[in-house]
Design a protein around this ligand. Structure first.
Ligand code: F6R
Length: 612
């Protein structure tokens, strides 16, 4: 059974990108598509495009390489953004198949067919060869163009739009969602969902229907939606007055899907006066800790004695951090697994263990597939997400929301502290003094000038290591990841005891070690590591607590050679990780800003990692 599941996961391949579309009996301002795409940019941002059907049934299409803002500028410079239409589609891309070019950007067209697609078509080469033999020409090299050509070809041999679409779907293999329009049939929009997410939004007056990868794309005021299930075919039809969505399975049997009420589509998301979303989100961290801890602590999971956390990236580090406290203070056996590894091993699973899947987006493919694998074996699953409507929340037996609010910056910051605070609330409901923690996290923000000074020194290093022991090590990993992601400096994390087992060989005058050493039970050991680094001419940055100033200054080697000593508030092991987390977030932010990087959209990344 497990092999079957692993094979199924492999077969599903990779899916990214964001799609949005509308069909309305009213005329809709097509600039709304651009606003929706801005909110979907977390799914990929290498190129984007929109298309809509004009009154004369011609198709307007505009694509751009780069950010949605580039497309907005391009459209503004080449005519009005404020065009009205009954039907339109939009796409933001994270390239998987075919390089980043205008030709490969979506929407893709063929004849009167125009479509957007999120996912991969595994057998596209074979279909493409057949279409080339049938005389069709291709302008780019994506699998998506093949879908457009195939539907167009089906129409040309006499099929209706709907039948051409159905016949196409029956030939395609892969994991994808799709929205197609046809200027010959402008009162219809056809959609298909398999693995890649697709949600249908319905306006209150039933005069407009939206389709998107995420409810975030819907305009404000959309309160009802239907989450499409795998292999749903959705025919959206306008009779000129109302618009309806008919759901079919692959055998064209009509199916009923539940309507979720009172959803909260984001509408406009603002930076609230901050320069970037990242800075805004870092500033939200202290408030979130208090909010989430107080809200969640009534939902205890403390009766579970064995936990297996499964997650990726920053969410995994939140698990590693939490496991330290679960074992020490709640006597809970806590194991941490990287989802992409866990899925491909043959993990020993246990009946009395609760499998906890942590994911900010709730869409991370590796975590989702690991969850499906554990569920398929009948084990107990729980999800910790920042999106209650996400695939991971819906798949798990139960879930909790970390209530961090939409996290727009690609690098996760506020979700990390929200995940940690949530896990503390779920397992140790009375342990955190959140008033004090919030206040001292704000103190780190107020100390930003000191962090900026440090950032000035750090930007010249090519080799940065973050070092900590036990819970500080989890923060070291988080710090190194943020530094890499945002500044592209190759930063590594080590537990202090491991330095002497190999990494110390890399120490020389060009290395900068950022060391977490507040005065706690690990201080002496960690300082020894710092001394070993200074003895080899490495530069050290010590992050310690204010009352430790006199003590740290007695370490003459550290003081004389150190590039920097930063002070956080006095605390204890329940509170230091919060101060250190916001510190490393702000440090990575400042380094990246000084290097002129785009902190909200670092290169090569996407917020929702729905690729293998
Ligand atoms: C790092 C970061 C990523 C995510 C990882 C998992 O700043 O954002 O490492 O933490 O891709 O994402 P989620 O939590 O959405 O499953």
């Amino acid at each position: 059974m497990q092999n079957d599941i692993i094979k199924m996961c492999l077969d599903w391949g990779c899916i990214m990108c964001g799609i949005v579309a509308f069909l309305s009996s009213n005329k809709v301002n097509t600039s709304n598509l651009l606003e929706s795409l801005s909110r979907l940019e977390y799914r990929g941002y290498d190129s984007c495009g929109i298309a809509y059907i004009n009154d004369d049934n011609s198709i307007y299409i505009r694509k751009s390489v780069g950010y949605v803002q580039d497309l907005k500028n391009d459209i503004a410079n080449n005519g009005s953004r404020d065009t009205l239409s009954h039907v339109g589609i939009g796409h933001t891309r994270w390239a998987t198949n075919g390089p980043v070019t205008i030709e490969n950007a979506h929407p893709h067209t063929s004849g009167n067919i125009c479509l957007v697609h999120n996912g991969i078509i595994e057998n596209y080469e074979e279909i493409k060869n057949n279409l080339v033999e049938a005389g069709m020409c291709f302008y780019g090299n994506t699998d998506t163009e093949v879908i457009a050509k195939l539907i167009d070809h089906n129409k040309k041999i006499g099929m209706s739009f709907f039948n051409a679409f159905k016949a196409c779907i029956s030939k395609l293999q892969g994991s994808y969602s799709l929205v197609v329009i046809d200027s010959d049939t402008p009162n219809q929009m056809l959609c298909y969902k398999n693995v890649a997410p697709l949600v249908i939004g319905i306006s209150d007056d039933s005069r407009s229907i939206y389709a998107a990868s995420d409810i975030l794309a819907f305009p404000q005021g959309i309160k009802r939606c239907i989450y499409a299930e795998d292999q749903d075919i959705i025919q959206v039809v306008s009779d000129g007055n109302t618009v309806s969505a008919n759901f079919f399975d692959r055998n064209m049997k009509n199916i009923e899907r539940n309507i979720s009420q009172d959803i909260e589509s984001a509408g406009e998301i603002h930076k609230d006066g901050f320069e970037d979303y990242m800075l805004k989100e870092i500033h939200e961290e202290s408030g979130i800790v208090k909010h989430v801890y107080d809200k969640i602590k009534h939902k205890s999971l403390a009766h579970h004695r064995k936990i297996c956390f499964v997650a990726c990236g920053t969410s995994y580090y939140a698990a590693v951090l939490s496991s330290y406290y679960l074992e020490k203070y709640a006597s809970v056996q806590a194991r941490c697994e990287i989802a992409s590894e866990f899925r491909y091993r043959s993990p020993i699973m246990e009946r009395d263990c609760l499998y906890v899947f942590i994911s900010q987006s709730g869409e991370t493919l590796d975590t989702l597939y690991a969850l499906k694998m554990v569920k398929a074996h009948g084990y107990n699953t729980f999800a910790l997400v920042n999106n209650s409507h996400s695939a991971i929340a819906r798949e798990a037996d139960s879930y909790s929301n970390v209530m961090a609010g939409p996290e727009i910056c690609v690098a996760s910051t506020k979700a990390f502290v929200a995940q940690f605070a949530s896990l503390m609330a779920l397992f140790m409901p009375e342990k955190l003094d959140t008033n004090n923690i919030s206040k001292n996290m704000d103190a780190v923000l107020q100390n930003n000038n000191d962090i900026k000074t440090l950032a000035d020194k750090i930007i010249s290093y090519k080799n940065i290591v973050f070092i900590g022991k036990c819970y500080h090590y989890a923060i070291a990993m988080e710090g190194a990841l943020k530094m890499k992601e945002l500044s592209y400096i190759n930063a590594q994390a080590y537990c202090s005891g491991e330095m002497k087992h190999g990494p110390i060989a890399t120490v020389d005058k060009d290395l900068c070690a950022i060391i977490f050493a507040p005065k706690d039970e690990f201080f002496d050991k960690t300082i020894t590591t710092a001394e070993e680094i200074t003895a080899r001419k490495g530069n050290v940055v010590i992050i310690t607590n204010k009352s430790n100033k006199e003590i740290i200054e007695q370490y003459s080697n550290i003081k004389s050679q150190s590039s920097h000593i930063s002070y956080i508030s006095d605390g204890d092991e329940m509170s230091y990780p919060f101060y250190e987390a916001i510190y490393v977030h702000l440090l990575a932010y400042n380094v990246a800003k000084k290097m002129g990087k785009n902190v909200d959209k670092p290169r090569n990344l996407a917020k929702s990692v729905t690729v293998e």
